[in-house]
Design a protein around this ligand. Structure first.
Ligand SMILES: Cc1cc2nc3c(=O)[nH]c(=O)nc-3n(C[C@H](O)[C@H](O)[C@H](O)COP(=O)(O)OP(=O)(O)OC[C@H]3O[C@@H](n4cnc5c(N)ncnc54)[C@H](O)[C@@H]3O)c2cc1C
Length: 376
């Protein structure tokens, strides 16, 4: 039996475990390690933030993972020796024949001066819960949704948050008393798709949301309640909802796995420069955006690579970077964009306009994954 250790049970780690349970049940013994007791879909944080679902309702507990060759351990990874493929957690030491790092991107609210004292973040489950508590008493003033770092997961999410905030305030009858600003370092909402970006820009404009593209909030002055931008502009606010700076988890950096902040991988196989050590998802510098569907696709390709390696047979084609991105557009509708980042000379993107049908498709997307990742 091959001892395979997966660090991180997010989109990447869960998809890889499910595939290894299907295709390598007699060949590999999988240890899946995560510090949390449960998984929360990224998009569910928006539902929690706006009070559509309760925090408990969106948690999928790892104790329910029912796969014959997968053992889940709720432990925190303290150190990784990629040369020896040895991992030390707060409870045990693991020696792996194959080690997969799927630890995602950490959020660093302290990297932005004033954010912790003078604002809120909505990218963690805890942050979304805190905002859900305070939003009902926000009745008037300036609300700013600000992206605080150049690299962040799910590029549509800040736009979705702005559109959903508009709906939330409208439903409460206080929208006219609030100005909403969206400050985003990207030059357009979804740079890979002009059509999708144009549709989102129209939705923002129709709702009177002030869109600041190519702009970056550098620091907050919590006493004066002013957001200061890198280009010298500033904006007074009453409520600041931020997307914090992202970085690779410190344990990965300390292990010497990163270059320029993230883990470089062979984009065809997700091998790192250490033999027997692979990495997928947000923690890598693969030439694709950071998104759950991307992490899942990378994990599926890595599963194919491992099947070919352990069972024999030809190596699979390289990861195509083809994925679907759903975008909440408010009013219960969802748009989507089918993107193919890596197959051709240039990325391609096919936009589907917002509808209730796509919203239902997105609901099924979550349901199918919950069943595949957690079911027996
Ligand atoms: C508000 C929001 C909306 C989003 N919407 C979408 C969407 O609609 N579609 C989409 O595709 N993506 C979306 N995303 C992005 C998506 O959630 C991430 O890109 C995706 O989860 C990345 O998968 P991953 O496996 O690389 O990392 P993660 O899913 O982040 O998993 C990493 C895991 O590692 C664990 N971990 C980290 N450090 C340690 C440690 N030291 N010890 C033990 N465990 C550790 C964490 O607990 C975590 O469970 C959204 C994200 C947010 C925040």
């Amino acid at each position: 039996m091959t001892a395979l250790v997966i660090l991180g049970a997010g989109f990447g780690g869960l998809e890889l475990s499910a595939r290894l349970a299907e295709d390598l049940v007699d060949e590999v013994e999988v240890t899946l390690i995560d510090r949390s007791d449960s998984f929360v879909f990224g998009f569910a944080k928006l539902d929690v933030m706006f009070g559509h679902r309760s925090p408990d309702d969106v948690r999928l507990y790892y104790r329910d993972v029912a796969k014959p060759n997968v053992q889940f351990r709720q432990e925190t990874v303290r150190s990784i020796d990629p040369q020896a493929r040895q991992v030390v957690t707060d409870r045990a030491t693991y020696d792996a024949d194959i080690l997969v790092v799927a630890l995602g991107a950490d959020l660093d609210p302290y990297a932005t001066p004033g954010l912790v004292e003078g604002g809120h973040e909505f990218y963690s489950p805890e942050g979304a819960e805190r905002i859900a508590e305070l939003l009902p008493s926000f009745e008037a003033g300036v609300a700013v949704i600000g992206v605080l770092g150049p690299v962040f997961k799910c590029p549509p999410a800040p736009n979705e948050a702005a559109l959903m905030l508009h709906d939330h305030l409208t439903a409460r009858g206080v929208r006219d008393a609030v100005t909403i600003h969206l400050i985003n370092p990207l030059e357009s909402p979804i740079p890979v798709s002009e059509e999708t970006s144009a549709a989102i820009v129209s939705l923002l404009a129709e709702r009177g949301i002030e869109h600041w593209p190519s702009a970056h909030v550098q620091r907050l002055d919590p006493a004066a309640k002013v957001a200061h931008l890198a280009d010298g502009r500033s904006l007074p606010y009453d409520l600041f909802l931020g997307v914090p700076v992202h970085r690779a988890p410190a344990v990965v950096v300390d292990a010497g796995l990163t270059e320029d902040g993230w883990i470089p991988v062979d984009p065809a196989t997700f091998a790192t420069r250490f033999p027997g050590v692979y990495a997928v998802g947000d923690v890598t510098s693969a030439p694709v955006p950071r998104a759950g569907t991307i992490a899942e696709g990378e994990a599926a390709t890595l599963a194919d690579v491992l099947v070919a390696t352990l069972k024999g047979g030809s190596q699979p084609p390289p990861y195509s970077g083809a994925t679907i991105c759903y975008i909440e557009t408010g009013g219960g509708t969802v748009a989507k964009v089918d993107v193919d980042f890596l197959s051709g000379a240039r990325p391609t993107a096919l936009f589907t306009a917002p509808s209730a049908e796509v919203a239902e498709e997105k609901r099924r997307f979550g349901e199918v994954r919950a069943r595949r990742w957690f079911g027996g």
